[in-house]
Design a protein. Sequence first.
Length: 519
Amino acid sequence: MKLEGQMTISEQKKAVSQPTATKSDVNILAKGAGISLFGMFGGRALQLGGQILLARLLGPAGFGLFALGQTIFQLGGRLGTLGLNAGVIRFGITARQEGENRLSDVFRDTFFATFVSGLFFGGAVILFAPWLSQDVFKQPDLTHVLYGFGIAIMFNTWLNVTAAATRITYRMQYSALSLELLPFLVNLILIVALVYFLDLSIMGAVIALAGGYAAGLILSLIFVRNLFPKAKIIDTPSLPTIKELLSFSVPNSLAVVFNQWLQNVTVLFLGLFMLPAEIGAFQAAEQISMLPAIVLLSFNKIFSPMITDIYEKREMGRLDELFKISTKWGLYVSLPLLIVVIFCPSPVLRVVYGESYGTGTTVLLLITLAQIVNTATGSVASILSMTGYQKTFLFSTGIAFIACVGLNLGLTPLFGAIGAAVSLGCGIALLNILLLCNVRRILGLWPYDRRYYKLLIALLPTAVMVFLLKQIWVDPSSWELLFMTIASYGIFAVGLIVMKLEHYELLLIKATVQKFIGK
């Protein structure tokens, strides 16, 4: 599973001047991102529906307790994959070009390592559940909740890697269905059945979570078998190749864990210093602020295998142009929604979660501003990871994580949720600025050019319109918020059209319309 050597920094920067992205590249990026975006927004809508239902059924205290367990689950899930979801793409792209035997080797070793890792990290949570509940969080009721989360970690770990394997085909619908949609649909159905009808409270919520990931895992295994019928998935693993695979994947895993823990460590600090109800309010605000990150993740899912393929061909000009396009499109999709959240934070929280979560308004504003920085820097983490600079990715996330922990130690005990939000926001912004500078320094790639002035001009009337609507509807209802959001996207789109779309964007729209009319 050896990969070709990396280009020198001077070679990479020189190669950026090579021919840029083709129409085919743009089509693949747009189609893949569109499917991923649909899957992720659909999945997050289902997940948000489940979270809202739990928030209302369990109340702030019960929801805060569930949030603590969910934080442990998210950490265990990130650690459990060992970065093998990135590794199976990085090695699978090149192995697929070499033949079915090479691809079988990658799948065999990756899936074996994933199976062992899932058992280890899920079992560790189950083993240490009493200690975490009673000695760390001083919440004895959390013990049985963590038992269930430990089982969920196993299913989640295996699902993430098997779903990632399907993405090396650039056909994103399989990952969208198995990883993004089905788990949260099953989870929502089980929440209604177990928590609402059977009144199983928090344990019912945990069983629903584990059941959703188990269903997604079964579907993803079916997809892998259908997409790669000749690949031998179950066979004797090769320890030397597993070691090589892990040498790439583990730094990625640690970097992703640090990145995830910029958010999770903040919740844990709140768990140490604040009441469960305050944790629940913070969790609600944080989940809404993550909407732009969903857009970025949807581009990363299709862009990651493209990065590997293009970089191995040493076509840095193509990569640079796709970096610019994906970043700009991410802002196109995110900014109109963020404008509504910034002008109407309290109504958004009230409409989505209920009156009792209105204390999270300032938290929502602070974290949303940080997420704008995240979206505006584009797929910097994926670029460093998929070009073999995973250690640079790890180093940057480590710095941001340490800064976030330090700020939390100083601010959270004094200012509560506001201090935690400032700490988290600074950590997110610092991380993405560091990654952007490293992408520029090492690879010579930069996501910005003069074309961004169109975005800024289109954004101005959008913000003015939302501001004026907020003056008319001082406390907008759910329908009024929906109208504001649709109007925000409409004004923004008109502004871009008036400023004239790029040539490749017009070609893409034309091809999409023709395909639709043809059908």
